[in-house]
Design a protein around this ligand. Structure first.
Ligand code: GLN
Length: 485
């Protein structure tokens, strides 16, 4: 078996058993990144730094100080600030930005001994569902290189699916971990809002953004979440609550008596019938493992996309006002005065989708419109949250498809933002309600992966990971690899 077909948990055992060193492992993945550079999964690759940290991890192991993640290579979405290393957020406006500090997530995984291979491609400022808004160009889906890997964490998803890295970080504001995980056949986890620190994670929509994981299995995600999660005084929305032993918890997971809510709204018009079949088959597998399926309603689900496209752009327009060409980032040349400097630096530095969001967001927040749009959207957001609260009085978890269709072609939806936005119809509600959610590979439709989505109650990550772990014990969809990789 090729080393890279292994999950993180298997690599961790291999390192512990001395089957290979972290340096050997790191060289192997660096070689693969180079070999599959055409995927455009990485914006920055860090060969020297990675080998240096791998040697340090090997040393740590020799000293008897290794944990389960020590020496395991990883990739960070280029939205996480990394000290002294380019952090672009997929944008021209940050194309020369080297962060003076590490994001908390970066610092914690570094402290756990993980080896950073590089920074992955992404939609510009995480605005997109296909990785096509990246200033660094689209990223390919290894299952079919003419198709998108999803977005905005498209580079992280493609990298893990193609086994260029055993695990990667991502962020999810409206589906950006789960949707690309589904479209590339891997496991994605968006934790509860506040579970993982947002410090040093470049802000898109602050009340929705949450850092998480793209991995090959639920077990792998459990190991990484344990190291990433936890209170951070640098993030005012970080929740001060003990971090469970996720990896230990999932081993004990038992689906007997589990009540799975299946909302009819997840299976309405617009859902590809083959995707529906794959998802229903997966629910059948869970039933076989002892779970019961219960019909539930999420009556306001249909309002989640319009609600999100008021709230997210509004927050984005405010967050992105800091990029002015003055203190850091891209600065236009030959300007006539200060206003011209702002106008041209932002005009040249931001791409079309980002400008569209800044404009709609600024409009929604302006005097006279704030009550009509932003405030109204926040009220609908509450109704969506209440729908879930009601559902969770009857069931433990809610499930359905992650996306309405498998991966679409590069260029297919770029001219029609609304169709693009509708790709997140099933994922956005969990962000609006701050709930943890996962996507787990559950089938192939015409050779393309599709995902089963699971949404849990606040801070029920252990339960979600446990269900996914049991499902992966009974199926092998998460083991499938794209041909040629
Ligand atoms: N596709 C959604 C958007 O474009 C969600 C992106 C995300 O989760 N970062 O806003």
């Amino acid at each position: 078996m090729d080393i890279h077909a292994s999950t993180l948990s298997e690599l961790s055992a291999g390192l512990a058993a001395g089957e290979y060193s972290s340096e050997e492992l790191t060289r192997h993945y660096l070689g693969r990144i180079e070999q599959h550079a055409d995927l455009n999964a990485f914006i920055t690759v860090l060969p020297e730094q990675a080998l240096e940290s791998a040697r340090a991890a090997d040393q740590r192991r020799r000293e008897g100080e290794a944990g389960p993640l020590t020496g395991i290579p990883l990739a960070h979405k280029d939205i996480f600030c990394t000290r002294g290393i380019l952090t672009t957020c997929g944008s021209k406006i940050l194309s020369n930005f080297k962060s003076p500090y590490d994001a908390t997530v970066v610092q914690r995984l570094d402290a756990a001994g993980m080896v950073l291979l590089g920074k992955t491609n992404m939609d510009e400022f995480a605005m997109g569902s296909s990785n096509e808004t990246s200033w660094y160009g689209p990223c390919q889906n290894p299952w079919d290189e003419s198709r998108v890997p999803g977005g905005s964490s498209g580079g992280s998803a493609a990298a893990v699916a193609a086994r260029l890295a055993p695990v990667a970080t991502g962020t999810d504001t409206g589906g950006s971990i789960r949707q690309p995980a589904a479209l590339t056949g891997i496991t994605g986890l968006k934790p509860t809002y506040g579970r993982v620190s947002r410090f040093g994670m470049i802000a898109f929509a602050s009340s929705l953004d949450q850092g998480g994981i793209l991995a090959l299995s639920a077990e792998d995600a459990a190991h990484v979440l344990g190291a990433m999660a936890g209170f951070d005084a640098n993030d005012s929305t970080s929740v001060d609550r003990p971090v469970p032993d996720y990896a230990g918890d999932i081993a004990a997971a038992d689906l007997g008596g589990l009540r799975i809510g299946v909302p009819g709204e997840f299976f309405e018009e617009g859902l590809d019938p083959d995707v529906a079949t794959a998802v229903r088959d997966a629910l059948g597998v869970l039933e076989g493992l002892g779970a019961t399926l219960v019909d539930v309603e999420l009556p306001h689900l249909g309002l989640s996309v319009p609600t999100y496209y008021v709230v997210a752009p509004a927050e984005a327009s405010s967050n992105l006002s800091r990029f002015d060409g003055v203190r850091y980032g891209y600065r236009a040349e030959g300007v006539s005065d200060l206003l011209d400097l702002y106008r041209r630096s932002r005009g040249e530095g931001f791409g079309a989708e980002v400008k569209r969001r800044i404009m709609t967001g600024t409009y929604a927040l302006s005097a006279g419109y704030y009550d009509a749009y932003y405030l109204q959207a926040q009220k609908v957001r509450q109704l969506i949250t209440d729908d879930f609260r009601k559902a969770f009085t009857k069931v433990d978890v809610v499930m359905g498809p992650t996306t309405p269709t498998p991966a679409f072609g590069i260029g297919d939806k770029t001219d029609d933002p609304i169709t693009m936005y509708l790709n997140d119809i099933y994922t956005i509600a969990a962000n609006l309600a701050g709930l943890p959610a996962m996507s787990v590979p559950c089938g192939l439709v015409e050779g393309l992966p599709v995902g089963l989505q699971m949404v849990g109650g606040h801070f029920e990550e252990s339960q979600l990971l446990g269900i996914a772990h049991r499902y992966q014990g009974a199926t092998d969809w998460h083991r499938r690899m794209p041909e040629g990789y």
